[in-house]
Design a binder for this molecule. Structure first.
Ligand code: SAH
Length: 392
C-alpha cells in the first residue's frame, strides 16, 4: 500500500512551514488527527452516534493538484527564493524544489520560473514596502487529466518579456501537458493571490479535472479540493451519508466549482448550489449535461432568502471559519430532516455543531478523512439528523 511507503524525510523539514508531520509515521499522523476531532467533540459535549475510524489518503506523496508559491528570500539581500513561508518566519521564503507532496512537474516548473525570475534582476515584491515585481506562482494540475496550468503573478512595476518565460515552460519535459500559461498583474497591497489583469501567454486560462467520472472546469482562482484522489473518498462518503435522494431537493451550500452538486444531481430531483465566487459558478453550468442543477452566485447568508425551492436535505461545505452564525440560524429554520456537514477545520465544526445540537440536530455519524498527509489539516464529514440518536 502506498500509504505505508516512507520516503526519505524532506530536506526542508525543519524550515518549511508547509508540512508539520514530515517524517512522522503515517499511522501516528492519522491518530493525532482523529484524536483532535474527537477531543473537540467531547470537549464541546457534542453527542454522537457513530464515530468512524479516520480514513487515510490514497497517496501520501505527490497528491496536491495546486500550489501557490511566494517569491522572496531567506535572508536580507540574499538570493531570490520561491516557495513556502519559513516556519515561524513570516518574511522568509524557502525554495521548495524538493517538495514531496507535489509531483515532479510542479518541481520542474518552480525551478524554471525561479531561474528565469532571478536572471531578470528585478526584485521580488516586498509585502511591507510594496515595491518589487515578482509576487506569486500558481501551479494547478489535473491529476486525472494531466492538464497543467501555470499563472505567474507580478506587480506592474517592471517590464519583462513574459513570453520568453512561457517558451521556457513550454519546452519543459513534463509528465502532464501544459494547457495554459498566464501572466497575472496584481498591484493590491494585501498579500493575497488576486488579479487586476490576466494575460494569456499560452493556451487557455482554465484546466479540466475529473472526479468520480465527472468533468470539472477549474479557473485559476476557483476553489477545488487540492487532493483529487482524496476528494473522491470525501465525496463518496458525503454521498453515502446523504442517502436516498430520488425525490429530494438538495441544497449544496458553499458549492465551489459545484462538485458535490453535480455528484448528487444524477440521483436527486434537484440540486441548488450557492457559491460566492462567481467565476466558479459560471465554469460548471452545463458541463456535465445535468439539467436539474441550479447554481446561484452570492453569499449564502443572503441568497438562501431568495431561493424558491424548499430543500429536503442540505449539504454544507463552508470555508475554514465555518458557517456565519446568522446564516446557520436561517439554515436551521428550513427544518430539514437531515444535513451533511463537510468541514476542513475541526474547531469551527465543533462550534457550529454546538448550535446545531441545541437546535435539535444530532450527530448520527462522523468520519474524518485525511486529504493532506504530512500537514495538520483534516476533513470531517458529519451526518446530522433531527431528533435523538443513540449516543455513545
Ligand atoms: N463544496 C465545494 C467547495 C467547498 S470550499 C467543493 O467541495 O469543492 C468553500 C467554498 O465556499 C469556497 O468555494 C468559497 O468560495 C465559498 N464561500 C466562502 N464564503 C462564502 C459565503 N459567504 N457564501 C457562499 N460561498 C462562500
Amino acid at each position: 500500500m502506498e500509504n505505508m511507503e516512507i520516503r526519505e524525510v524532506c530536506r526542508d523539514k525543519d524550515i518549511c512551514g508547509g508540512c508539520v508531520y514530515q517524517g512522522v509515521p503515517y499511522e501516528e499522523q492519522l491518530s493525532n488527527k482523529f484524536g483532535e476531532v474527537k477531543g473537540l467533540l467531547d470537549k464541546k459535549d457534542i453527542r454522537y452516534g457513530e464515530l468512524l475510524p479516520i480514513e487515510g489518503a490514497p497517496s501520501r506523496y505527490g497528491y496536491r493538484n495546486k500550489m501557490e508559491y511566494t517569491f522572496g528570500d531567506m535572508e536580507k539581500n540574499g538570493p531570490m527564493t520561491l516557495g513556502m513561508h519559513k516556519k515561524k518566519h513570516f518574511m522568509s521564503i524557502v525554495t521548495v524544489d524538493q517538495c514531496q507532496i507535489v509531483d515532479e512537474d510542479f518541481r520542474k516548473i518552480l525551478t524554471t520560473v525561479l531561474d528565469f525570475a532571478a536572471k531578470t534582476g528585478f526584485p521580488y515584491y516586498h509585502k511591507l514596502r510594496h515595491t518589487g515585481f515578482w509576487r506569486h506562482l500558481l501551479v494547478r494540475k489535473g491529476l486525472k487529466t494531466g492538464e497543467v496550468l501555470v499563472a505567474v503573478v507580478t506587480s506592474s512595476q517592471a517590464q519583462v518579456n513574459m513570453m520568453e518565460l512561457a517558451e521556457h515552460l513550454k519546452a519543459l519535459d513534463l509528465e502532464g501537458s501544459l494547457v495554459g500559461v498566464l501572466h497575472i498583474i496584481n498591484d493590491s497591497l494585501a498579500d493575497v493571490v488576486q488579479c487586476d489583469e490576466s494575460r494569456i501567454l499560452l493556451g487557455r486560462d482554465f484546466l479540466y479535472e475529473e472526479l468520480l467520472g465527472l468533468r470539472f472546469k477549474i479557473s485559476p482562482f476557483s476553489f477545488f479540493q487540492t487532493n483529487s484522489f482524496g476528494a473522491e473518498v470525501l465525496y463518496e462518503t458525503a454521498r453515502a451519508y446523504v442517502g436516498e435522494t430520488k425525490d429530494k431537493v438538495i441544497y449544496d451550500l458553499y458549492s465551489g466549482t459545484g462538485t458535490i452538486a453535480q455528484i448528487l444531481a444524477p440521483v436527486a430531483k434537484k440540486v441548488v448550489g450557492v457559491e460566492i465566487v462567481e467565476e466558479a459558478v459560471e465554469a460548471n453550468a452545463g458541463l456535465n449535461q445535468l439539467d436539474n442543477c441550479d447554481f446561484h452566485a452570492g453569499d449564502v447568508l443572503k441568497v438562501i432568502d431568495e431561493l424558491s425551492e424548499v430543500p429536503d436535505l442540505i449539504v454544507l461545505d463552508p470555508p475554514r471559519d465555518g458557517i456565519n452564525p446568522k446564516a446557520l440560524e436561517k439554515i436551521i429554520r428550513f427544518g430539514v430532516e437531515r444535513m451533511v456537514y463537510i468541514s476542513c477545520k475541526p474547531t469551527s465544526l465543533a462550534r457550529d455543531l454546538v448550535t446545531l445540537q441545541s437546535s435539535g440536530y444530532q450527530v448520527e455519524k462522523c468520519c474524518c478523512i485525511d486529504l493532506f498527509p504530512s500537514t495538520y489539516h483534516v476533513e470531517t464529514v458529519v451526518l446530522l439528523s433531527k431528533g435523538e440518536v443513540d449516543s455513545k
